[in-house]
Design a binder for this molecule. Structure first.
Ligand SMILES: C[S@@+](CC[C@H](N)C(=O)[O-])C[C@H]1O[C@@H](n2cnc3c(N)ncnc32)[C@H](O)[C@@H]1O
Length: 288
């Protein structure tokens, strides 16, 4: 399906101009976006749009190679349990079902597409600093819009319009998340547990989950958001070497391995290799 499909109006209505904060509206034919002050932003041929503040250098994001590996690994369904747990968390709780979901650092839009598949009335936004990821995310789901943006800057999203924010293995911006959430809205955040991918960390020389990661997450979100529970997602994956190579290539590990080292290490793994998926899915409620 073409990435230049029509934009869902409900998702466009969530966006704010990165220059003046005014509401953005779609140009004829969904060729781009414009605010009432006349600031306009062209839509890329691949379907996404870039919304960065004036003079803001695009932050580094995933490379084309990392994105290709992420597409391959996720499409094979290895993290299906995680996507399902994210959708469970998004839909959990009392109150009406979510109408607007924002995936920050949403990569290829894979998890958001899974969430929207379980939330038939909802629209979504994927924000990511990587244009390669945004190109893929533009075609991820007909009810989603893909935007190149920086999670550490003011988000190009209007105040209090989003019911759920998703952050999966990506930077979290507590104040901006709280600003864009509606009262009672929730952040669903996935973080790796210490035993995540344990079987391949040592043999492949991968980065370990840093001690104290959960505590630092909490410190970054308080006092803007209040913790409301965590669900551990645990599964034993059986990955062949092609899948392990993609898993390594889609993450930060790729930058730390010498050429050839990965091939040698992969050759020493059993085929298939048992690999632990260990991710904690936390829910946080907007304070106040
Ligand atoms: C580990 S990947 C996770 C992608 C996606 N959430 C998933 O689980 O498939 C981290 C993502 O965060 C993006 N990213 C890194 N820094 C960012 C920033 N400052 N603003 C927005 N996205 C960022 C990367 O480009 C990458 O797509």
């Amino acid at each position: 399906m073409s990435a230049r499909r029509p934009w869902p109006p409900g998702a466009v209505a969530l966006l704010a101009c990165p220059v003046c904060d005014g509401p953005l509206a779609a140009l004829p034919g969904d060729a781009g976006l414009r605010c009432p002050a006349g600031h306009s932003f062209d839509r890329a041929r691949q379907g996404h749009v870039t919304l960065l503040p004036p003079g803001h250098r695009p932050p580094s994001g995933d490379t084309a190679g990392m994105v290709a590996d992420r597409v391959a690994f996720l499409a094979a369904g290895h993290f299906g349990r995680l996507t399902a747990a994210l959708a469970d968390a998004v839909l959990a709780g009392e109150g009406p079902p979510p109408e607007a979901v924002l995936d920050l650092g949403g990569g290829t839009g894979h998890h958001l597409a899974g969430v929207l598949g379980r939330a038939p009335g909802a629209v979504g936004l994927v924000l990511d600093s990587s244009r390669y990821a945004a190109r893929r995310a533009a075609g991820a789901h007909p009810r989603a819009v893909a935007v190149v943006a920086d999670s550490w800057a003011r988000l190009p999203v209007r105040d209090a319009v989003v019911d759920r924010v998703l952050v999966v293995f990506a930077p979290r911006n507590g104040p901006e998340t709280a600003r864009v959430l509606r009262p009672g809205g929730r952040l669903v955040v996935a973080t790796p547990a210490p035993e995540h991918l344990a079987e391949i960390v040592a043999p492949l020389g991968l980065l370990r989950v840093e001690p104290g990661k959960a505590e630092r997450l909490a410190a970054g979100l308080d006092p803007h958001l209040r913790a409301a529970g965590t669900t551990p997602v645990r599964a034993r994956l059986r990955l062949d070497r092609t899948a392990v190579r993609a898993l390594v290539g889609m993450g930060p590990h790729a930058h730390h391995l010498a050429p050839g080292a990965l091939d040698r290490a992969l050759a020493g793994l059993p085929e298939p290799t048992p690999v632990t998926l260990a991710v904690d899915v936390g829910t946080w409620v907007r304070s106040g």
